[in-house]
Design a binder for this molecule. Structure first.
Ligand SMILES: [Zn+2]
Length: 194
């Protein structure tokens, strides 16, 4: 299989980003979204490395947040002879994340319908639902900064709600995290083979 793309892997948020963390579980644990996003991106990148798929981790910084403007500038400035695809990895929150809620499931975003980003978002959503079996909230459009201002096809995955007690437990679990990363990786492979 010849590899066609450079996959830009974006791990949303930073340690100090306001909100972006779950309520405390009964056992005292709490999901921090920046940590989840970084761990999933790391797991995806390991699978890409093994498969010889080209990737770039957009935010190698562990604790410091990197603004959306800088993230987009970094992605747009990357030069090479391969077309780029931007994948932003997140998990979701209901309301401001302070209290447990009932919202659950997976959604994937692109900037506009009918775009290459839309085709890729469909592939990610299909693989995430197929592998994880969680509620399918569908592919949606949004003018999220990283989708609107990146100069390449871009998608953003929201895997599960950390404000849902049951899904939060899964998002903290290493075996589920590997499945989440595998679903992203399978979508990358499927897109490479389009
Ligand atoms: Zn997020």
């Amino acid at each position: 299989m010849s590899k066609k793309y450079l996959w830009i892997l974006d791990n949303g948020h930073g340690k100090a980003t306001a909100g972006k963390r779950s309520p405390k579980l009964d056992d005292g644990r709490q999901l921090f979204e920046y940590e989840f996003n970084r761990d999933i991106v790391k797991r995806i990148s390991e699978k890409c490395k093994e498969a010889g798929i080209y990737y770039h981790i957009l935010v190698p910084e562990v604790d410091t947040d990197v603004s959306l403007t800088v993230r987009v500038k970094r992605a747009n400035a990357l030069v090479g002879n391969m077309p780029k695809i931007f994948v932003s990895v997140h998990s979701n929150a209901q309301g401001n994340g302070n209290i447990w809620g009932t919202a659950n499931g997976i959604e994937t975003y692109c900037y506009t319908l009918g775009s290459k980003g839309n085709i890729i978002a469909d592939i990610f959503q299909k693989n995430l639902i197929g592998t994880l079996g969680w509620k399918n909230r569908g592919v949606k459009t949004s003018a999220f900064y990283v989708l609107k201002y990146t100069s390449m096809p871009a998608i953003l995955s929201e895997t599960g709600f950390y404000t849902n007690n049951n899904e939060c437990l899964k998002l903290l679990d290493g075996q589920w995290r590997d499945k989440i990363a595998l679903a992203h990786f399978d979508a990358i492979v499927e897109t490479e083979n389009l």
